[in-house]
Design a protein around this ligand. Structure first.
Ligand code: 5FU
Length: 264
């Protein structure tokens, strides 16, 4: 049998940054480890989706550069929905440049991501300067960073010693790094840091993929088997005929896999 895992509440107590602490507590309170990938093109649809699925999710993941409209009013409406339903906003920006450039990209431009996204993420390809740059902007605003340790897509290159280096960098910067984007954390995660959160995209109720390399695993295999904490679901929810009801199904599937893993 697999070893019993610590509960989200226990891990919140030892989390070393504001966002992972807040998220672990929120997940326990709301009984959900579901994040939605809200990859819709219209801002109107985005806000409607946030209101519909809000009660069932812990994280609302955006790609702000997909949207047809973005301005201060839209930002304010999304922030109000996050407060109303108690979820965190994660802009899946995947920063990948030198420290000085990401400072400007994270704080400024059309989107001013650091002003509204509780969480964003980055590749470690440029080295630790990317963490230092993002931290310079985000830490004082109480933001958190996820490092991409592995990807869901076929043939991705984030494996082996690269993944190990990402794990080590996260350990070292736990005041700002809240966790990882990962696929099989139980095979490499640092046991010493239960405060770091693993989020996994490429999730649907049935195993499969799309015709551009995406690969899907089930909530049960991701939370129970691979040892992740949060399932990220896009087309499986917003593409369903009833996104609210479908989000509830994913919430239940993710939560029962979590309960089984902490009581095993
Ligand atoms: F880092 C990653 C990754 O490794 N795979 C992903 O699929 C991010 N993603 C995102 O998760 C991707 O950009 C989509 O926003 C989402 C998956 O959407 P799907 O519709 O569930 O395939």
């Amino acid at each position: 049998a697999k070893p019993k895992r610590q509960s989200y509440e226990q891990r919140a107590e030892v989390a070393k940054n504001a966002v992972s602490k807040q998220l672990l507590n929120l997940m326990a309170k709301k009984k959900t480890n579901l994040a939605i990938a809200a990859d819709v093109a219209s801002t109107k649809q985005l806000l409607a989706l946030a209101d519909q699925v809000g009660p069932h999710i812990c994280v609302f993941k955006t790609h702000v550069d997909i949207l047809d409209t973005w301005n201060a009013e839209v930002q304010g409406e999304l922030q109000s929905l996050a407060e109303k339903h108690d979820f965190l906003i994660f802009e899946d920006r995947k920063f990948a440049d030198i420290g000085s450039t990401v400072v400007a990209q994270y704080s400024g431009g059309l989107y001013r991501i650091a002003d509204w996204a509780h969480i964003t993420n980055a590749h470690l390809v440029p080295g630790p300067g990317i963490i230092q740059g993002l931290k310079q902007v985000g830490l004082e605003k109480g933001r958190g960073l996820l490092l991409l340790a592995e990807m869901s897509s076929k043939g991705h290159l984030a494996t082996g010693s690269y993944t190990q280096a990402v794990a080590a960098a996260a350990e070292e910067h736990q005041d700002f790094v809240a966790g990882f984007i990962s696929q099989t954390p139980s095979s490499w995660q640092p046991q010493s840091s239960p405060g770091l959160i693993h989020m996994t995209p490429g999730v649907q109720l049935a195993k499969g993929g799309d015709n551009l390399g995406q690969q899907y695993n089930t909530p049960q295999s991701v939370i129970g088997g691979a040892g992740s904490d949060v399932i990220i679901v896009g087309r499986g929810i917003y593409g369903a005929s009833d996104p609210r009801e479908t989000a509830q199904q994913y919430q239940e599937a993710g939560w029962s896999a979590y309960l089984a893993s902490v009581s095993a």
